[in-house]
Design a protein around this ligand. Sequence first.
Ligand code: ING
Length: 309
Amino acid sequence: MREVVTAALQMGPIQKADSRKDVVERMIVLLDQAKAAGATLAVFPELAFTTFFPRWYMEDQAEVDQWFETAIPGNETAPLFKRAREHGIGLNVGYAELTPEGRHFNTSILTSPQGEIIGKYRKIHLPGHAEYDTERAFQHLEKRYFEPGDLGFPVWRSQGGVMGMCICNDRRWPETYRVLGLQGVEMVMLGFNTPSVNSQMSSEGPEDRLFHHRLSVQAGAYQNATWVVAVAKAGVEDGHPLIGGSLIVDPNGKIVAESTTEEDEMLVHACDLDLCTFGKETIFDFKRHRRIEHYGLITSQTGAVAPNE
Ligand code: ING
């Protein structure tokens, strides 16, 4: 058994007016709960330190940049990393990254229980749009504020196993999990901020959004024989609802824990990484079963091309 006691630390809404200091204090309360539960790994949401600002149309770059971290840990976020180190808990936390060269990414990092930064991931699948869209009930401007990630889908050895990361929309794309799966991933950690209603089809509400969320995460876990820990920022942010539904899913695609609120809430589960082995050695033994000579379109063609009538 290679058990990793993992805490999924869901966060309730963060209002535009909330300070990073207030948010970090909430995160530390959750981290203390994770410590009390015996966790050695804690997963926080996407863009965990601020409100989901891509819902707001901004033209002034200085106003945009206020939502970004220029250093991680930074002055206001350092107390979280300090507490994690004191607790001996590795962190996965998402944030908006502004690099010294002035590049903007939707990023997450993984730290060791000793507090070193082990790895960084930059969100590759950016949903939404770059210009103000008058057709939408609300904006989703990730293509405006972030560049697509440039680090690929890496994995790292930590907590006794092979760990990978992705962020929010990435979880809807099978390529995300498969690239990680081809590197032997045993746990995929991800945070998400998912609006409760489709901005382009108001009939698609929370139940449908939760269905597609669970479907995507369970499929990714099962088809790559890996644990997936998916953690929401949930609740109503300045009038805009986000779904909850934080999940811990096992390598058979079974949900072993799911949040029940849209507030700050901890899930915890002893994830035995050895549960990945059977799937990886039988039904999803990639080297025995995959036929890559037939998969060329997946990387040679971006969009779908149907045959002529
Ligand atoms: N949010 C949403 C997500 O992928 C979305 C955007 C929702 C896209 C539903 C498509 C369908 O969960 C982020 N932040 O990616």
